[in-house]
Design a protein around this ligand. Structure first.
Ligand SMILES: *[C@@H]1O[C@H](CO)[C@@H](O)[C@H](O)[C@H]1NC(C)=O
Ligand SMILES: *[C@@H]1O[C@H](CO)[C@@H](O)[C@H](O)[C@H]1NC(C)=O
Length: 282
């Protein structure tokens, strides 16, 4: 007996395919660096390679280098695979962040602070609200970020911001009553390899070992989707929801095992020793 499976009509079938693609991979359009970003500084030290698939930023005694996205986003998810400078990288800072412009700007970003060979990189995350940078959380990583590429993502939607490392959420910043939230200023993506002898990941001032230079940070598989990007006819789940139970569990694992600094536990680090309001709300 031949079984009869009803076949959806073609337009519906295509819609379902698009829906499945949008849900399983919110960032579906792999970007092309040649089209999506410009190298903004470094006099040739920043290079777009492999037909737009790879960027290397390098740093030597004379200069670092930087790039930024051509487009500004108002709500987005940005995923980029990054490989950090190897060896004794103390004194190097690799920054990767979204930012708007001006004195009361917003910034959402990762900063990777190099360290003496063998010591761990520190990954600093910050949400800068109206120009004020007092919401830092720092982490170690559960792998060596100089050996391979790993994916670092920022999700920014109307109600929450999530920082991910290889799909594991490490930090969530929710819109909270009475706390400024980035919502009216579009942001560009910036990346930057620079030098700072002020401090290394261990918290001590360092002297950069220039015999190791040039230092190189590599970026690939950039993918960014803004609110009205591809598949905008589909209600994107990631645009509306906060982390679910499973996501919260993963984040708790990351924070319990790898968080080394939390502004919400640092009463002395705030004016009048008052913690920002979202600290008591979370
Ligand atoms: C990226 O864009 C540039 C400029 O449009 C083009 O020449 C290049 O072939 C593109 N790369 C890929 C992998 O499609
Ligand atoms: C690069 O980063 C450093 C420190 O993180 C900052 O002082 C500098 O302005 C940045 N440069 C560019 C071109 O983004």
């Amino acid at each position: 007996m031949a079984s009869h499976v009803p076949t959806p009509s073609l337009p519906i079938f295509i819609f379902l395919l698009a829906l499945a693609a949008a849900i399983t991979s919110p960032v579906d359009a792999a970007g092309n660096f040649t089209e999506d970003v410009i190298i903004t500084s470094g006099d040739g030290r920043g290079k777009i390679l492999n037909d737009g698939e790879l960027i290397t930023l390098s740093l030597d005694k004379i200069s670092g280098s930087a790039f930024q996205s051509r487009k500004a986003y108002l709500y987005c998810q940005i995923d980029t695979q990054i490989k950090l400078p190897a060896g004794n990288s103390a004194g190097t800072i690799t920054s990767y962040y979204l930012s708007s412009q001006g004195a009361t700007h917003y910034e959402i970003g990762f900063m990777f602070v190099g360290n003496l060979a063998g010591d761990q990189f520190v990954v600093s995350t910050n949400v800068v609200t109206q120009g004020i940078r007092n919401r830092e959380m720092r982490f170690h990583l559960w792998f060596d970020p100089t050996k391979d590429f790993h994916t670092y993502s920022i999700l920014w939607n109307p109600t929450h911001i999530v920082f991910y490392v290889d799909v594991t959420p490490i930090r969530e910043f929710r819109k909270t009553e009475g706390v400024p939230y980035p919502e009216s200023q579009a942001m560009r993506l910036y990346a930057n390899l620079s030098n700072s002898d002020d401090w290394a990941a261990g918290g001590r001032p360092v002297t950069t070992d220039w015999t190791q230079s040039p230092f190189t940070a590599s970026f690939r598989s950039f993918a960014g989707v803004d609110f009205f990007g591809d598949f905008s006819f589909v209600t994107k789940p990631w645009m509306e929801e906060a982390l679910d139970g499973n996501g919260l569990k993963k984040m708790q694992w990351a924070q319990k095992n790898f968080m080394v600094y939390d502004y919400c536990s640092d009463v002395k680090g705030h004016p009048q020793q008052r913690l920002p309001a979202e600290c008591t709300a979370r």
